[in-house]
Design a protein. Structure first.
Ligand code: M6R
Length: 359
């Protein structure tokens, strides 16, 4: 039940620190080991490319995960949209392994890919939030997300759980491959830092509510921008805002905006920038200024170590590979308050179903 919460979405946003701790309890014992199936690690070790296939928010989590697999495990990884992959498969690597990410484990587009690649004899791993879901039953290997039941149509805690569980697997594979960078990756610690950071952000939700009142109510369009890790984060932030508030929102690679889309910026168009990446922070700030010069109402969501006094939302510092875990919290809250302000049914946006079981 949603208890004292007006909507499941807000309850599920608030649950994310606890979800991080559950992932730690399930996979990362105090002795520093990682509790992941050894035959899965052997199969991954033999793979030359990881194909992460998913839809919607799960696809956005896959984009974040791909980078973690490459960095920690040295395994080339790429995320694909299930609805495209099912029918237009790229030329595959010699030894592909498929990771199907799905909160529900019932998404038809993802199942189509699973059936297809299994027919071709390739190993498949699924990560789902429901033990016994179709995708978890039909795969060779499965890992549980431990987010707990997600009721709101807009996915929140499953996204952060998917990032955390992919990081678990990347760490396990990196250690299996005796990579120094993976041995040094103290994920148990990093996820507890993430949980604490998430807690700070959900405790400060009033601040986000006030920003929403200033930025969103009369807008038909909005943008999220970011570079590096902040780009897939922008895509997810935009999906959240548009699906629950019906404000048309695009997520953009900050440097790409000026190659066309900046033409859409008008007086007071909200442009919200994620700035968590040291290398590109200054570039993103100047991209944001370019939009401001064209009238945009700009908002910054910035990691503490990069923050300046005029920034709007400060994110607690965490391992940069995991920055989406804290970065998404204010964006989820922005979406929630934007929908609430319009008196919409936050948990059941129009035209949407919780699990999409048609192709
Ligand atoms: O259950 P799945 O993770 O496979 O669902 C995938 C998408 O349908 C889902 O993430 C959808 O985009 C949500 N409405 C996003 O909030």
């Amino acid at each position: 039940s949603k208890g004292t919460y007006p909507y499941y979405m807000l309850k599920e946003i608030d649950e994310q620190p606890a979800v991080m701790r559950r992932v730690v309890d399930a996979y990362l014992p105090a002795d520093g080991s990682v509790a992941v199936n050894q035959s899965l690690l052997q199969a991954l070790d033999q793979a030359d490319k990881l194909y992460i296939v998913a839809a919607g928010t799960s696809y956005h989590a896959g984009l974040v995960g791909a980078r973690i697999f490459e960095e920690m495990a040295g395994l080339p990884a790429e995320a694909y949209l299930a609805s495209e992959f099912g029918y237009h498969m790229p030329l595959l690597a010699k030894h592909p392994l498929f990771l199907l990410l799905s909160q529900s484990g019932e998404t038809a587009d993802s199942r189509e890919v699973l059936v297809n690649v299994k027919k071709q004899g390739y190993p498949v791993l699924t990560m789902t939030n429901t033990a016994g879901s179709t995708l978890s039953r039909e795969a060779d290997y499965t890992m549980l997300l431990h987010a707990g039941p997600e009721i709101a149509v807009a996915s929140t805690k499953a996204y952060t759980a998917q990032i955390a569980v992919q990081a678990v697997l990347a760490k396990a594979l990196g250690v299996f491959r005796k990579r120094e960078v993976a041995k040094d990756f103290d994920l148990r610690h990093d996820l507890s830092i993430a949980a604490a950071g998430m807690q700070t952000l959900v405790d400060e939700k009033e601040q986000v509510k006030n920003l929403v009142a200033q930025y969103i109510p009369n807008q038909q369009h909005a943008f999220y921008i970011g570079r590096g890790e902040d780009y897939p984060l922008s895509l997810e932030a935009a999906l959240k805002l548009k699906e629950v508030s019906y404000v048309h929102t695009e997520g953009f690679a900050a440097g790409e905006l000026k190659h066309g889309t900046i033409a859409l910026i008008e007086e007071d168009t909200p442009v919200m920038a994620f700035i968590t990446d040291d290398v590109t922070a200054a570039h993103t700030r100047s991209n944001l200024q370019e939009t401001e010069a064209r009238g945009a109402h700009t908002m910054t969501i910035v990691s503490e170590h990069l923050a300046q006094p005029t920034d709007n939302i400060v994110l607690p510092d965490i391992n940069p590979l995991l920055s989406a875990l804290v970065g998404i919290i204010p964006a989820q809250l922005i979406a929630y308050y934007a929908a609430l302000g319009k008196k919409l049914d936050v948990d059941k946006p129009r035209n949407l179903a919780k699990s999409v079981t048609v192709e």
